[in-house]
Design a protein around this ligand. Structure first.
Ligand code: IMP
Ligand code: MG
Length: 174
């Protein structure tokens, strides 16, 4: 792996505990409902895999891939859909599974788009939340960890397509 100065922020044990708590909360809230998890590729793929296995409610999984221009440390604003969901979500309880909410532009875009398919509800479950960076007011219903500053990698999150498969979450040091 490329050497880039980074320090551990959340260990895999800490992440695992928190993901289980999130799954328990979702399981309580959506007990007996028809649930569809929609994960945002690529960043949420590992989070989804762990979350789905801890969920106690029956659910299906689907994926959406949103491309935004640029691959640097700042979140770009222009979004295009490069892979659509394939599930009929009408009347179902949707839980969007995201790696990190930053400006909120991506989540707002996706939520508004999914609304048109008339699901019973749309919830947002994000592993990480940079609330102070919001440019659009949007709240996640389930948040793993609040993050005040820094760019993080690991557990699905990348910097320029690197570091996704590190089991822990690191913050990049300048
Ligand atoms: P938003 O539209 O600004 O909320 O962008 C959210 C997206 O930006 C996330 O899904 C990530 O792909 C990316 N992102 C934002 N902050 C980070 C970070 O610290 N590490 C890795 N990706 C990030
Ligand atoms: Mg992402």
């Amino acid at each position: 792996m490329e050497t880039l100065k980074k320090k551990i922020l959340y260990s895999k044990e800490t992440i695992d505990r928190r993901v289980k708590e999130l799954a328990d909360a979702i399981s309580r809230d959506l007990e007996g409902k028809e649930v569809v998890l929609i994960a945002v590729l690529k960043g949420a793929f590992i989070f989804l895999a762990d979350l789905a296995r801890y969920l106690k409610v029956q659910h299906s999984v689907d994926f959406v891939r949103l491309a935004s221009y640029g691959s640097g440390l700042v979140s770009p604003g222009k979004i295009t859909v490069t892979k659509e969901i394939e599930t009929d979500i009408e009347g179902k309880e949707v839980v969007i599974v995201e790696d990190i909410v930053d400006t909120g532009i991506t989540m707002e875009f996706l939520r508004e788009r999914l609304k048109k398919r008339a699901p019973a509800s749309i919830r947002i479950c994000t592993l990480l939340d940079k609330k102070h960076r919001r440019e659009i007011a949007i709240d996640a219903d389930y948040v793993g960890f609040d993050l005040d500053e820094g760019f993080v990698v690991g557990y699905g999150l990348d910097f320029d397509e690197k570091f996704r498969c590190l089991p822990d979450i690191y913050v990049i040091e300048e």
